[in-house]
Design a protein around this ligand. Structure first.
Ligand SMILES: Cc1cc2nc3c(=O)[nH]c(=O)nc-3n(C[C@H](O)[C@H](O)[C@H](O)COP(=O)(O)O)c2cc1C
Length: 215
């Protein structure tokens, strides 16, 4: 697949070899891939707010390997405060992301590692989304990944994220693990993921997520 696409992305025939589950689904179709009826939507959730976030770049790379449309969520919302909830209700940004999770066929979350755990921004969004009616995560196919400056690539943050998500009962993929260590060196000047082993792991993870989303 070309890695320089702009979101939302769609794959062509060449991209199918990267996505074994999807290939199985469409093998034998007379219509060809240009007329696919099934175009699953992937919601991308970045645990960092900054524009230059390495985790955002990793999610863009994931989106470029997704066989459908992608949407990048915005986690910029007030800190959870029961007084705000009582006086003003759930913030618009939290309601929006809740609807985006509901509408998505699958979700990919990339978390930074802050002091061996997930960011406050990500936990705050999870907490807001848990308020009000309904649980948009239930049975939702979810893949997690991380990019960090450290050598462990966010392994501890990923475990913390698994714990934080468990209560919502998503269909959380167990692997393959995508943990980009020393991530400041792993993206080129145009934001593309350069390491071959990371590219392969990401393709495998996104392929598995896509299979889960359409089954
Ligand atoms: C408050 C804070 C705590 C951090 N703790 C860790 C850590 O425990 N492990 C690690 O690998 N990197 C840690 N880092 C470095 C981050 O991995 C690095 O800033 C990374 O680029 C953040 O993700 P982003 O690029 O998506 O913003 C920390 C950074 C900050 C700001």
């Amino acid at each position: 697949m070309s890695s320089g696409r702009i979101l939302p992305t769609r794959i062509g025939r060449a991209g199918l070899s990267l996505l074994p589950g999807i290939e199985r689904l469409y093998r034998g179709s007379d219509n060809g891939l240009d007329q696919l009826a099934l175009m699953p939507t992937l919601l991308l959730i970045c645990g960092a707010l900054r524009q230059g976030s390495l985790n955002r770049k990793l999610l863009v790379a994931a989106g470029q390997r997704w066989p459908g449309d992608t949407v990048m969520a915005d986690l910029d919302m007030p800190l959870y405060n029961g007084d705000i909830e009582e006086a003003e209700g759930i913030p618009e940004a939290a309601t929006r992301i809740k609807r985006q999770i509901e509408a998505a066929d699958a979700v990919a979350i990339s978390t930074p590692e802050y002091n061996q755990s997930i960011s406050g921004v990500l936990k705050n969004a999870l907490d807001w989304v848990s308020r009000g009616e309904g649980n948009p995560w239930r049975d939702k196919p979810v893949a997690i990944m991380s990019a960090t400056a450290g050598r462990a690539g966010g392994a501890r943050a990923q475990y913390a994220l698994r714990l934080a998500l468990n209560t919502f009962q998503p269909r959380l993929l167990t692997g393959p693990e995508v943990m980009v260590a020393n991530a400041q060196k792993e993206f080129d000047s145009e934001g593309r993921l350069v390491g071959e082993s990371y590219q392969k792991a990401l393709e495998a993870l996104v392929g598995k997520l896509a299979s889960e989303a359409v089954r």
